[in-house]
Write a protein that binds this ligand. Sequence first.
Ligand SMILES: Cc1cc2nc3c(=O)[nH]c(=O)nc-3n(C[C@H](O)[C@H](O)[C@H](O)COP(=O)(O)OP(=O)(O)OC[C@H]3O[C@@H](n4cnc5c(N)ncnc54)[C@H](O)[C@@H]3O)c2cc1C
Length: 453
Amino acid sequence: MNQKVAVIGAGLTGLTTAYYLRKKGFDVTVFEQADRVGGVIESVVEKDFIYENGPSTGVLGQPEAVALIEELGDACQLEIADEDAKFRWIWKGNRWHALPSGLMGGIQTPLFSWYDKFRILGEPFRKKGTNPDETLAALVRRRMGESFLKYAIDPFILGIYSGDPEKLVVRYALPKLYQLEQKYGSFIGGAIKKAREPKSDWDKKATREVFSMQGGLTSLIKALANAIGAEQIRLSQKGLIVERENDQYVVRKEDETLGTFDRLVSTVGGHALRKLFPFFPLAELEKIEAMPYARVAQVSVGFKKWEGIPIKAFGGLVPFYENRDVLGVLFLSSFLKGRAPEGGALLSTFLGGVRKPEMVDLDDDSIKALVEKELKSMLGLTKWQPDLLVINRYQHAIPQYGLESADRLAAITKLESQYPGLLLGGNIRDGIGMADRMKQGRQLAEIIGDSSN
Ligand SMILES: Cc1cc2nc3c(=O)[nH]c(=O)nc-3n(C[C@H](O)[C@H](O)[C@H](O)COP(=O)(O)OP(=O)(O)OC[C@H]3O[C@@H](n4cnc5c(N)ncnc54)[C@H](O)[C@@H]3O)c2cc1C
């Protein structure tokens, strides 16, 4: 075996790839431009709070995510969100409404119009779509109605993608939903049939449970990095360039050669590829770069003593049509342990997204003022004295899988076949959530393992 593999990027994808490659016996080196591992994942312990600078929770929706965490054993402890996380709130007409989960709740909720509530009864009988590039908004209008789009799907998409359902193409952005309609002809009928189908032990690992790690998500990153070995991870490697010489990949920084590798896996975002791979043809690069990213400002707010309304839920989402300044707010301390002192609260709120990207450019004082205005009025706070307030801005937070996806994926395939030994991973393909990233990391290692046998 003894093949040398370089992995560019020490985020969750790169570390998962490197972890499985090491397990398979490859000689792996991870190159990371930052001075720490984890990419956008970073947990911080400060002033009796544990908050996250990037993602706070994920969903165990891929068996590979569960398998990886199981394999890491005692090195990190999975934390499943408690029951409160099952409740979601939606903002409409100046107050929160519970997102209904059952039939009675669905009939009674003021979130959806009576017309759409009756119309949903016909959902199982509606014809399935034939346009493979249908947007999420078009699909939901067709099958469920405008009010479901505005007050269920739109806020859901804000929560996951910080995105716009009019621009996301279902086949790429929500492939499981696309398959549900294509395979079973209906969301409702499909969900019932799917739940009844027998599942393999492997598939049973995937659930809808919301997860974090005890002490914060960084403990997963640390466990991966420890398993890979510190000597295999080279931090603070800014300005890297990859060149192709004699069918191998040479990683260089300025004039220094850092290593020559048989295989190279990139896990960087689409915007970072041009500098990293100067030999890539422009036509392919442009197709990958055409994928937009949502820009997001994430604000963690902590209170040692909570004096607002009871917040026993996963969080509240704010539909775009309500014209507020925040996209939503997660009530992290209500469903994760130890995130705030007893009787206190840790919240995480988001601004910006694809429909209000300019919010991310506001200065700190303006963001603080908006967060104060919104959270005070939405969460019933009469005074505003947070004990913690941390702002993080992400210029490339969440990729948006839209109409350009087919061209982007074709360009990735073309580059990989043009340059044998090169794999282009990361969030330019295969999903945006943490579970998707762990799945992809494992798959990348398997592709390399299989082609080396
Ligand atoms: C604000 C925010 C909230 C999120 N919320 C959720 C959530 O609730 N649930 C969920 O499941 N997911 C969420 N996500 C998505 C999830 O965090 C990501 O999918 C995942 O962490 C990305 O991992 P990655 O390794 O693919 O990318 P990254 O974490 O971006 O890692 C890529 C790494 O590559 C490095 N790099 C880039 N260019 C170079 C270069 N030229 N040379 C060397 N190194 C380079 C970067 O420094 C970085 O460390 C969120 C993301 C953000 C930003």
